[in-house]
Design a protein around this ligand. Structure first.
Ligand code: CO
Length: 134
């Protein structure tokens, strides 16, 4: 069912410092910061040959990654995103197996303007999994 790894998202406490680390330290191509107020994050995209890394910094109050950074102040891997061809079919299949889709269980428009859903980390080995229709 799942296809390519779309991205790995890393929560960071300081986006400018993290961007510099990837750009200068690792020699990666790093985008300018993009504010995504609907998602409570500012993002930079690290473009790799085979996938992307997204560095996420909290934006505004109530950011969904603030709790994560409160527990892991240095930052850390927040979620992985896999591509699926049909998000509704994926949601039905997973729910039928007892997996918990976060929120109201329906796909939402994600950070890239495509339908996404998130799966409960307790059902996936402690990893928050995002599925994106692609
Ligand atoms: Co994501």
């Amino acid at each position: 069912m799942i296809g390519r790894l779309n991205h790995v998202a890393i929560a960071v406490p300081d986006l400018a410092a993290a961007s510099k680390l990837y750009r200068e330290g690792l020699g990666a191509q790093v985008s300018d910061p993009v504010e995504q107020p609907d998602h409570g994050v500012t993002v930079v995209f690290v473009e790799l040959e085979n996938t992307k890394v997204e560095l996420l910094e909290p934006l505004g109050s109530g950011s969904p990654i603030q709790n994560f950074l409160d527990k892991s102040p240095a930052g850390g891997i927040h979620h992985v995103c896999y591509e699926v061809p049909d998000i509704d079919a994926a949601a039905e299949r997973l729910k039928a197996q007892g997996a918990r889709v976060l929120g109201d269980g329906k796909p939402k428009t994600g950070a890239h303007g495509k339908p996404v859903l998130f799966l409960h980390p307790k059902d996936f080995n402690g990893t928050l999994v995002e599925l994106e229709e692609a």
